[in-house]
Design a protein around this ligand. Structure first.
Ligand SMILES: NC(=O)c1ccc[n+]([C@@H]2O[C@H](COP(=O)([O-])OP(=O)(O)OC[C@H]3O[C@@H](n4cnc5c(N)ncnc54)[C@H](O)[C@@H]3O)[C@@H](O)[C@H]2O)c1
Ligand SMILES: [Zn+2]
Length: 363
């Protein structure tokens, strides 16, 4: 078992990276004493895999369980799903001390966190992330969210969980494509601050893709440490530090939002975004060619795409321009200067961005 602490004064919490049968979760819950009743929010697929085991663990601690399914899609991060779940919670909330458990990927985590942040002005919740993306990224840091028809994550709150329990065994049932998607975020951490993590993934990519427990443990712990440190120093995205987590996401998001690219999942879209940002940095004479080659090569090793399919460049560019990356009319992006270091800049010629995006849409 490994533990990483997120230090945020009275909002501090541990991230447990375990490879067990929920024993470490049980131990922590006894100490945390969060309530008499746990409301588990999940979806039917994850419930079938891990719901019973979790309920049994809680019941042995004399914690009563209530389990609510949401649909298995981004659509669950909606106001209507939120109202539905809040209604169910309030109907059982009589003389009990309730806390919430997010059992799932980033969708379940974001929704549960937002319910916890707002029900009765805030109740305790814990994250049990079941995707690699959620273990290395979304379960840590307290960003909770709902989507609106006009855009993703437009409603939200910063609200930290009391515990993140990342059990490596839970991600072994993930489809390979989901594992690769999560690895894209781990590669991101390598490029932005941790050359050692980057080299580790380069060397061990085969074992990682084969879900070797000790390799997964290393990647999840290294990623958790980085995300925890960044969140500790910029909890509410006010100092600018948290911005570096957006590396690859500006162009990545544009590809995700532009019509016709729904074939890409998040990790795939940001891989293309990171490749494009690295190329932009190289074209501007900031990132040496040898580093660019390593960046491109790692995505190939992990079977992550470097190019999106040919399509409507105008739609991608307009999604790019609509995103929230403008400061005084200038485009703001995170660019790498070497593996392990990035910086935020507003001095990028738009023509260069256009050229590189076009090149990355040439599949
Ligand atoms: N809050 C944050 O800081 C943050 C950061 C990054 C992403 N996000 C959000 O996270 C969401 C994406 O999260 P995601 O990639 O985990 O997607 P997801 O939650 O949709 O999960 C992906 C798929 O994997 C399935 N699944 C989950 N666990 C499984 C398991 N153990 N075995 C088999 N299948 C399993 C899910 O049912 C789903 O079909 C987006 O909504 C995004 O906005 C939030
Ligand atoms: Zn991301």
């Amino acid at each position: 078992m490994n533990q990483v602490k997120v230090n945020l004064d009275d909002r501090s919490y541990p991230i447990i990276i375990a490879n067990d049968n929920f024993e470490h979760l049980a131990k922590k819950l006894v100490r945390l004493n969060l309530g008499t009743d746990a409301i588990i929010i999940t979806n039917s697929r994850i419930r079938a895999l891990y719901g019973k085991k979790l309920q049994k663990t809680l019941n042995t601690l004399k914690i009563a369980t209530h389990i609510f399914n949401v649909q298995d899609s981004e659509k669950s991060k909606s106001i209507s799903e939120y109202v539905k779940i809040i209604g169910k919670i309030s109907s059982i909330d009589t003389k009990k001390r309730l806390f919430l458990i997010a059992l799932g990927g980033g969708v379940v985590g974001d929704l549960t966190g937002f319910i916890a942040a707002t029900y009765k002005r805030g109740i305790a919740y814990i994250q049990i992330p079941t995707t690699l993306l959620a273990q290395v990224d979304s379960s840590i840091g307290g960003k909770t969210a709902l989507d609106l028809p006009s855009g993703k994550n437009l409603i939200g709150a910063f609200y930290q969980p009391k515990l993140v329990y990342s059990n490596i065994n839970l991600i072994k049932s993930l489809p390979a494509r989901q594992i690769r998607s999560g690895l894209a975020e781990a590669v991101k951490y390598g490029i932005i601050v941790d050359p050692k993590l980057f080299s580790y993934i380069e060397k061990n990519y085969k074992k990682i893709l084969d879900l070797d427990s000790s390799c997964l443990s290393y990647v999840i712990k290294a990623s958790s440490l980085i995300k925890a440190k960044i969140v500790e120093n910029d909890e509410r995205e006010t100092t600018g530090l948290r911005t570096i987590l957006n590396f690859g996401h500006t162009i990545g998001h544009a590809l995700e939002t532009a019509a016709g690219y729904s074939n890409l999942n998040h990790g795939e879209a940001i891989s293309i975004g990171m490749a494009a940002a690295a190329e932009i940095a190289h074209s501007m004479g900031i990132l040496p060619g040898i580093e660019l080659k390593r960046v491109m090569a790692i995505f190939k090793l992990l079977k992550l795409p470097l190019e999106a399919k040919k399509g409507d460049l105008k739609a991608v560019l307009s999604a790019f321009l609509r995103d929230k990356k403008f400061i005084n009319g200038r485009i703001r992006m995170v660019l790498p200067s070497k593996i392990g270091h990035v910086f935020v800049t507003e001095n990028i010629p738009y023509n260069l961005i256009k050229k590189i995006i076009k090149k990355r849409m040439a599949d």
